[in-house]
Design a protein around this ligand. Structure first.
Ligand SMILES: *Cc1c(COP(=O)(O)O)cnc(C)c1O
Length: 410
């Protein structure tokens, strides 16, 4: 069947529902799911050319698969990169990033506020293979600059951070990286290209956990790495073929369909988050709210510039528990608020249409010492919300149930 050619200069909303590989001969309107491990070749000579990379064509789904290609093309267009590789998880994308760029003796500078597994992967696992790393402040660009060494190859940032929503300046970090002859990779999981396009701000590589907002409905584990065609062809595709971080066609299809509603969801969930953060800030039982959309946030102006005028959908807050906070009481109070919810899901995942609520100090950040948690600013009274699509009044009532029965005399 002859295919319509998409015109140039389409808007992101259109790209998000239209970019995909050609339809099959049946003309399906919803993209086909190619659940096949291998592809039949017309003849031996064609097979030889395709395996040698001399001719385009699908051979084996560890390398490429049309459903995965559709997801990759769509995400690349939204991020504004030439190419994208889908991976089995967000962590697989970060492993691919490090394997494709680094060798023993190379140095990485990374924010100390990145996702916990990212920290352990870079410092621990890649450290075993002789990769050096320095962890610096999320927000102090001077620390990144001071950490640069002659062997620095990669700067890695994630913004806003989890759970305190600290925002780093992508443009400033890109300048530090490029002056050092290094590359900047940004984990864009919290904002997604609907709110923030790191490449437009100078980043070289964008990392995604598709598990979060790209799928957006909490169904699959998936990841992606977006970069220039040259980086993908030279650095990442060879690793991908050998290492097999393959995204399944089924999961790719789920993410592909998730992206069709990405901008609508991100804007609605951000609006809910702003309303909830504003309301939380006014509650007498709440000591502090962390949300880039609030004027009280230390990087509010930067966030508004960098994140399409929105704060994203993650909001954290400290419950009051004395001044200075008593950790035992703070934990009790936080648990009480969490356990009093009847709508929010108690789970550490985020990026779902269902609002999730979690206690970082005992879950995502439970494996570090109390002193490390204090240094990171993650107290026992901290609660993180990843705000979904429920009605805002129901969410307020759900949190109010626990808050109003806390002792406000402390
Ligand atoms: C969840 C997450 C990851 C890891 O993604 P997985 O799909 O769980 O492997 C990486 N970075 C951030 C910011 C995340 O929230």
């Amino acid at each position: 069947m002859t295919q319509k050619q998409l015109p140039d200069n389409l808007h992101p909303d259109t790209l998000a529902v239209r970019v995909a590989v050609d339809k099959s001969q049946y003309g399906e309107n919803s993209e086909a799911m190619y659940l096949t491990s291998s592809f039949v070749q017309p003849d031996a000579a064609t097979a030889a050319r395709r395996f040698a990379g001399e001719e385009d064509g699908y051979t084996y789904s560890r390398f490429t698969n049309p459903t995965v290609t559709s997801m990759e093309q769509r995400l690349a267009r939204l991020e504004g990169t030439q190419a994208c590789i889908g991976t089995s998880s967000g962590m697989a994308a970060i492993t691919l990033l490090c394997m494709g760029l680094l060798k023993a003796g190379d140095h990485v500078i990374c924010s100390q506020s990145v996702f916990g597994s990212t920290l352990r992967l870079i410092a621990g696992e890649f450290g075993k293979f002789g990769v050096q790393s320095t962890f610096v402040s999320q927000t102090d660009v001077a620390q990144w600059q001071a950490a640069v060494q002659p062997n620095t190859r990669l700067l890695f940032a994630e913004t806003p951070s989890n759970p305190l929503t600290e925002v780093c300046d992508i443009q400033a970090l890109a300048d530090v990286a490029h002056a050092a002859g290094a590359l900047l990779a940004v984990d864009n999981c919290f904002c997604t290209p609907a709110l923030q396009q790191p490449v437009k701000l100078g980043a070289d590589i964008v990392i995604h956990s598709g598990t979060k907002y790209l799928d957006g409905q909490g169904r699959v584990i998936a990841g992606a790495l977006c970069a220039s065609q040259q980086l993908v062809d030279k650095n990442f595709m060879p690793v991908m073929r050998s290492a097999g971080f393959t995204l399944s066609a089924f999961n790719a299809w789920v993410v592909l369909k998730g992206m069709e509603t990405l901008a609508i969801r991100m804007n609605a969930q951000s609006a809910n988050a702003l309303a909830l953060a504003t309301w939380l800030q006014a509650q007498p039982q709440v000591a502090r709210v962390y949300y880039p959309g609030l004027a009280s946030h230390p990087q509010h102006a930067l966030a508004m510039r960098q994140q399409s005028g929105t704060g994203g959908a993650v909001v954290s807050f400290d419950v009051k528990a004395g001044n200075p906070a008593d950790p035992v009481l703070a934990r009790q109070q936080a648990f009480h608020v969490i356990d009093s919810t009847q709508v929010c899901s108690i789970t550490a995942n985020l990026g779902d249409t269902k609002t999730t609520i979690t206690h970082p100090a005992s879950t995502s950040h439970g494996r570090i010492t109390e002193a490390q948690r204090q240094a990171a600013g993650i107290g026992q009274g901290l609660i993180r919300l990843a705000v979904g699509l429920e009605n805002i009044e129901d969410l307020k009532a759900d949190l109010d149930r626990g808050l109003r029965s806390l002792d406000t005399s402390i």
